[in-house]
Design a protein around this ligand. Structure first.
Ligand code: NAD
Ligand code: TDX
Length: 327
């Protein structure tokens, strides 16, 4: 494998992946540049195609020229999926379908990036975690479309012998994440002199992982994963204490000298995600390098502080939309 086609490479995780993978591979990025895509997140010199993964002829041509496809492209924000779900069905389901047809036709390797949210949520006071065999039970339009895309990938593996793998990862944080998402929204609020905004009570739990750890796991699966398999990716270990949204926001406020306020809760808000990533640790020898969330947050705060040029143009519009919903 020498040449990777990276879908959604101008988004948060995709751009960080390209930065990591370009040392070892020739890379072509295809990205629609929705509000979430930003060419400035990509390093100079990466081949870039401005296009939609739903366009079958374009995708066919790009897939035929590559050795493998890493599929990040998706509508990714739960809150948007509650307001306008159509684009989620289109990009996440139809887009994955178009890619699957192309990799089937040209017999190319595919790695499909998915989320822990396909499993639904867990009770706040429990100690259980999602494994690769947990039944799918998505809550939001976003997670339902990601679940649908995972099912399509599995069906194309079984029915047509497509050489694909899937990973389901927990919440990512790090540089180049859009300011609509939880951690960058709070950091940039404080940088703008506004309070951080906590949905509801903030008792909800997410299993935070640094984006570089996620991408190192993706690389391990691409290079050593077993075809047809699904791998959970998450940084916490069984028995680790749960980290609530309120604790994350308090840490950010403490590190930055800011304050926070409670705002309207998200309808249907998933309570807790906890990943059991034993399989990828055991089979592929992957382990996260960022095991201290506070240190990872400090580094992320530093990045947003020194890269205002990257996020400032998006900030006011995003906050206006949140304000319309009391958030
Ligand atoms: P993002 O919203 O930052 O980036 C998505 C990118 O895909 C953007 O550049 C956008 O322009 C592009 N895109 C969207 N629709 C497209 C289309 N039809 N054709 C071509 N390009 C299109 O998202 P992200 O946070 O980087 O997430 C990337 C992937 O990882 C998604 O599949 C998401 O479901 C998954 N994921 C994200 C997280 C997380 O915490 N952010 C966790 C687990 C899994
Ligand atoms: O301002 C906020 N205040 C707040 O309390 C925002 C934007 C969010 N929240 C809460 C909601 C969630 O409990 O923080 C938590 C994280 O919210 P998001 O960043 O919107 O992430 P989440 O909905 O958990 O989904 C994320 O992880 C899984 C990604 O956006 C998905 O793409 C990924 O699949």
């Amino acid at each position: 494998m020498e040449h990777l086609l990276v879908t959604g490479g101008a988004g948060f995780i995709g751009a960080n992946f390209v930065r990591q993978a370009r040392q070892r591979y020739r890379i072509t990025v295809v990205d629609k540049l929705t509000y979430a895509g930003n060419r400035a997140s990509l390093p100079e010199g990466v081949e870039f195609v401005h296009g939609d993964i739903c366009e079958q002829p374009l995708i066919d041509e790009l897939v035929s020229a590559a050795d493998a496809v890493i599929h990040f492209a998706a509508e990714s924000h739960n809150d948007n999926s509650l307001r306008a779900p159509e684009a989620f069905v289109e990009s996440n389901i139809n887009g994955t379908f178009a890619l699957l047809e192309a990799v089937r036709k040209h017999d190319k390797r595919l790695h499909h990036i998915s989320t822990d949210e396909v499993f639904g949520d867990l009770q706040l006071d429990g100690t259980d975690a999602f494994t690769e065999t947990t039944a799918y039970n998505p809550s939001s339009p976003y997670s339902a479309t990601k679940a649908g895309s995972d099912h399509l990938v599995r069906a194309w593996v079984r029915s047509f012998g497509v050489r694909a793998t899937i990973s389901n990862c927990s919440n990512n944080y790090g540089p180049y994440q859009h300011v609509e998402k939880f951690i960058p929204r709070q950091i940039t609020n404080i940088l703008c002199g506004a309070p951080a905004k906590l949905y509801g009570t903030g008792a909800q739990v997410r299993d935070w992982i640094h984006v570089d750890d996620h991408n190192a796991a993706v690389m391990a699966i691409l290079e050593r994963g077993r075809i047809g398999e699904t791998y959970n990716i998450g940084a916490s270990l069984p028995g680790d204490p749960h980290v609530t949204n309120k604790e994350v926001i308090e840490t950010i406020c403490e590190l930055m000298g800011g304050t926070f306020e409670h705002v309207a809760d998200r309808p249907g808000h998933d309570q807790r995600y906890t990943m059991d990533a034993t399989k990828i640790r055991r089979e592929l020898g992957w382990a996260p390098r960022y095991t201290d969330l506070r240190a990872g947050l400090e580094q992320t705060i530093e990045w947003y502080t020194h890269n205002r040029w990257w996020w400032e143009a998006d900030k006011a519009g995003i906050e206006r939309r949140y304000a319309e919903r009391g958030q």
